[in-house]
Design a protein around this ligand. Structure first.
Ligand code: SF4
Length: 82
């Protein structure tokens, strides 16, 4: 059976829950299995690390740059905002 990367219901209030995956674990369900509690849920040092990671400048891929360009491009070929 394929292990899902999707956080489970108990991850709902966690800072590290990125919606479709967890920032730390590849298999969030395993962190809560058998009555266990995820260790990263209350780990302040890990949360601080996550906040630092979030503040880092976003490096865009070539694809993202291309998509951004075409979203702002007007019909006459001139970029909007210029
Ligand atoms: S760190 Fe733990 S509680 Fe938070 S999203 Fe990941 S598995 Fe869920």
């Amino acid at each position: 059976m394929k292990k899902s990367a999707k956080p489970v219901r108990k991850c709902h209030a966690c800072l590290l829950n990125l919606g479709d995956h967890c920032w730390v674990y590849h298999y969030p369900r395993g962190q809560w299995r058998d009555g266990r509690r995820c260790r990263a849920f209350d780990d302040e040092s890990l949360h601080e690390e996550f906040r630092t990671w979030q503040k880092q400048p976003d490096v865009k891929t070539r694809r993202e740059l291309r998509q951004e360009f075409f979203r702002t491009k007007r019909k006459d070929g001139v970029q909007a905002g210029k």
